[in-house]
Design a protein around this ligand. Structure first.
Ligand code: PLP
Length: 487
């Protein structure tokens, strides 16, 4: 066996490969050669097909079952976005290709798509500029906190704290802390389920660098006082951040820019057609108002005078690189296709159906389950297993019992401020039949909790692996089990 490197590529005269040190003979020396054939397993095609098909069926996903995991927005994503994003000209594009000026050549189409997506997001969110670089929601939060820090440093502001509501997603305090700020929680008003304005007034001050707000928040409640909140914060030059992971609830209804938010991130993978799970891939573009544009990460996409596109690195105040090349390109591309396919009216319908479906579930289950904040919810609703706990049945038992009934459990024990929380997000893509089947499973479980609670403690019984020993897991793994938070 020999490997030939020295000849030029056949049929292409003039092509010369770079010189490299190839030994005169590339024959494998005698002592390294096999004496007999390798005992490789041989399988027929059908056996291989069956093996991989069986593996694929073990996978639980949106394409197989209802997946109402609150806050995570596990919605069905149209296959057409995959198909278009997989086109050769996009999928085979190398990130190091030069940005040519010749109209339709190589990178120009990709750059045009990204440039266009930035502008669509600007319009959807009411912001002045966007970067598509951040690779996830949490990454977007960190990017924005770094932008805020750069803004305060440039102005000579001495700021040390970031205020965050106590119901917020855990990534918020992490991002603020990684950016070097001290995190101060602000309580939620127990009556309204929204940020407590009085508490905010007491906590905010010259030391406040930023306030991070999720709206609708993780209780699924829309805070209509946001313009008052941004006004209070701006008195101290505190920057207000809109965690737009849940933008799927307000598309075409509310724009964070109009309520004077300074920066926002959007989870493309929860709002537009980009499937996610298992930790990725995602994309968390960040939008900012004019006074923060100079601090955006590099590179940025620019449109030249001759209408061609390029990546520009010349922004001296930029926070610098936060991702290699240009973000999660294929995820951005799928979101772009999704937005173009649905158009403005389609996007409004997405949010209307997401909100309708969540309210349908909330009101269908409000008799059987405790509802800590009973009011119109947005894209998700939060129930509590408080009533079932009287019979010794916890949120965890209900989640496991749902697995036996063919459903992915909702998010449990989050938000932390609700005891025995069950956070349900049906998303806009589910039919009434699916919602009804889920509701009847939940009613059945509530009935079992009253008549035969022990049965629920054994769930799941239909899966190959039964319930894990949570106590052992906590002890041996040194994990903090969320149940303790509520006790
Ligand atoms: C999902 C989510 C995030 C984090 O997004 P990732 O892409 O998972 O990093 C942040 N805030 C809220 C409210 C979320 O729902």
């Amino acid at each position: 066996m020999s490997i030939i490197f020295k000849k030029s590529v056949p049929g292409r005269r003039g092509v010369r490969l770079p010189k490299c040190d190839v030994p005169a003979s590339t024959e494998i020396p005698e002592k390294y050669r096999r004496l007999s054939d390798a005992p490789l397993v041989e399988l027929s095609e059908i056996d291989v097909v069956r093996h991989f098909t069986e593996l694929s069926l073990k996978n639980y996903g949106v394409d197989t079952n209802f997946y109402p995991l609150g806050s995570c927005t596990m919605k069905y994503n149209p296959k057409v976005t995959e198909k278009l994003a997989g086109m050769e000209g996009f999928a085979s594009l190398h990130p190091l290709l030069p940005q040519l000026r010749h109209g339709d050549l190589l990178t120009q189409g990709a750059l045009a798509a990204l440039y266009d997506l930035e502008h669509l997001l600007r319009e959807i969110c009411g912001m002045d500029a966007f970067t598509l670089q951040p690779m996830a929601g949490a990454h977007g939060e960190l990017t924005a906190m770094m932008i805020f820090a750069a803004y305060h440093n440039k102005k000579g502001n001495k700021k040390s704290e970031v205020l965050i509501p106590d119901e917020s997603h855990g990534t918020n305090p992490s991002s603020a802390a990684i950016a070097g700020y001290e995190v101060k929680p602000v309580p939620t008003n127990r009556e309204t389920g929204a940020l407590d304005l009085e508490a905010l007034r007491q906590k905010i001050g010259e030391q406040t660098a930023a306030l991070m707000l999720t709206n609708p928040n993780t209780l699924g409640i829309f805070n209509s006082d946001v313009d008052k909140i941004t006004e209070i914060a701006h008195k101290y030059d505190a920057q207000v951040y809109y965690d737009g992971a849940n933008l799927n609830a307000v598309l075409g209804k509310f724009r964070p820019g109009d309520a004077d938010f300074d920066a926002v991130h959007v989870n493309l993978h929860k709002t537009f057609g980009t499937p996610h799970g298992g930790g990725g891939p995602g994309s968390g573009p960040v939008g900012v108002k004019k006074h923060l544009v100079d601090f955006l990460p590099i590179s940025r996409i620019v449109k030249r005078d001759d209408a061609t596109y390029a990546l520009d690195y010349n922004y001296p105040d930029s926070i610098g690189y936060i991702a290699p090349f240009y973000g999660n390109f294929s995820v951005c591309l799928k979101a772009y296709i999704y937005i173009l396919l649905l158009g403005a009216e389609g996007l409004i319908e997405v949010s209307e159906n997401a909100v309708l479906n969540a309210n349908y579930i909330l009101h269908s289950l409000k008799k059987e389950y405790d509802v800590p904040y009973l009011r119109t919810c947005m894209h998700e609703c939060v129930l509590s297993a408080k009533k079932q706990v009287e019979n010794g049945v916890h949120a965890l038992d209900i989640a496991k019992a749902l697995i036996d009934r063919g459903f992915h459990p909702p998010t449990t024990y989050f938000p932390l401020i609700v005891k025995e929380a069950l956070m349900i997000e049906p998303t806009e893509t589910e039919s009434k039949e699916t919602l009804d089947a889920f509701i009847s499973a939940m009613k059945d479980i509530a009935e079992k909790a009253a008549s035969n609670p022990d049965e629920l403690h054994k769930a799941p019984v239909t899966t190959p692996v039964s319930r894990l020993d949570e106590t052992l897991a906590v002890k041996s793994m040194n994990l903090v089990f969320p149940l303790d938070v509520n006790e």
